[in-house]
Design a protein around this ligand. Structure first.
Ligand code: ASP
Length: 346
């Protein structure tokens, strides 16, 4: 029998998740950020748009890197990076979200901690300023993994997270893209949620089809995490939920395999459980993260008609990689001791 004084310590050790108990110290941190994938936008990308995307991705990367440099957790870095992109109307998440067929925003987000397998997600939220922070609160402050719709928005208000009116999320660019999508599919364009500004955009609008955002990170303790946030697909049916808030489809993280954030045609990513599938190849077949991502994105998603998109992935041992079957993917990465790399080009 252990002396009484030692028993609490033993319990504390047993209570730790296995992966944290054996987490390494002073591993090199690493992080990758994405701002969606697509094709049309790369066919028509002008310098001003490329610069704007580069600036947004750089800012998000810097926010995540600042957390990792300060010794914060991979989960902190994921949340910090995604919040920056949610606040940037250029990307389809938080402010600047896509519209459903009724012209309303319904946002989805999820986050997962690879050290503990804790996960949180929200779907169809309309008021939470930063859906990724609400997903994190679901993970840390409820016994559940996912909250949806009005229940999720009410939870945001209850715990004091900032909530915003529809006008905050509205972006003229996103509305014009939406109106185009509705017209091209011969559906009526619903009334605008906010009045048209004097400077309403004119002329053709190049849709940014998959503008979802995501971050994967590894902290200096060797723990990994992933998160994804989106306004979903333009013109989606009210109530439609994509892959982004679904653990195993749009987001997954486990220290024993890898951390993944996806973007693309969500219905395909859900059917193929893309994020978990990549991690399964790493865990059970010893694929590198690049081999696993390429296999799933090119040979599984890519062979299905309409199966378009991409992923960012890292593991406790391997630095971040990306794989996509579209013309381009907005992405950025940095590892400890290295310089930021922001890729807006194809
Ligand atoms: N995957 C997202 C969805 O289907 C869309 C995107 O990646 O932009 O909702």
């Amino acid at each position: 029998m252990l002396p009484a004084v030692l028993r609490p310590h033993l319990w504390a050790l047993l209570a730790l998740p296995l992966s944290s108990a054996f987490a390494q110290q002073n591993v090199k941190w690493a992080v990758a950020v994405h701002g969606g994938a697509g094709s049309a936008e790369w066919e028509h990308m002008d310098k001003a748009s490329a610069d704007a995307y580069r600036a947004g991705l750089s800012k998000a990367l810097a926010a995540a890197v600042a957390k990792l440099q300060a010794g914060a957790s991979a989960v902190d870095a994921v949340e910090a990076g995604i919040r920056v992109l949610e606040d940037d109307p250029l990307f389809n998440a938080g402010r600047g979200s896509a519209f459903n067929a009724e012209g309303k925003n319904e946002m989805d987000a999820s986050i997962m901690d690879g050290a503990t397998l804790a996960a949180g997600a929200v779907a169809g939220v309309a008021t939470a300023k930063n859906p990724i922070s609400l997903a994190r609160a679901v993970m840390e402050r409820t016994p559940h993994v996912m909250l949806i719709g009005s229940g999720a928005d009410a939870f945001a208000r209850k715990i004091g997270l900032p909530v915003m009116p529809p006008s905050y999320f509205f972006s003229e660019q996103r509305w014009q893209e939406f109106a185009n999508v509705m017209q091209q599919s011969a559906r009526p364009v619903p009334p605008r949620p906010v009045p048209a500004p004097q400077s309403a955009l004119q002329g053709p609008v190049v849709p940014h089809r998959y503008g979802t955002v995501g971050v994967v990170a590894r902290d200096k303790h060797g723990n990994i995490a992933a998160g994804t946030s989106t306004g979903g697909m333009q013109g989606k049916m009210p109530g439609r939920v994509g892959d982004s808030p679904i653990i195993g489809a749009g987001t997954y993280a486990a220290n024993r395999s890898c951390a993944v954030s996806c973007t693309g045609a969500g219905e395909y990513f859900i059917r193929l459980a893309v994020a978990k599938e990549i991690c399964a190849l790493v865990q059970y077949r010893n694929f590198s993260v690049q081999q696993a991502a390429d296999y799933v994105i090119q040979k599984e998603v890519g062979v299905l008609k309409g199966g378009e998109g991409g992923v960012i992935v890292l593991s406790t041992k391997e630095d971040p990689i990306s794989s996509f079957n579209t013309l381009g993917m907005f992405r950025a990465r940095q590892t400890e001791g290295g310089k930021p790399a922001v890729i807006v080009e194809k």
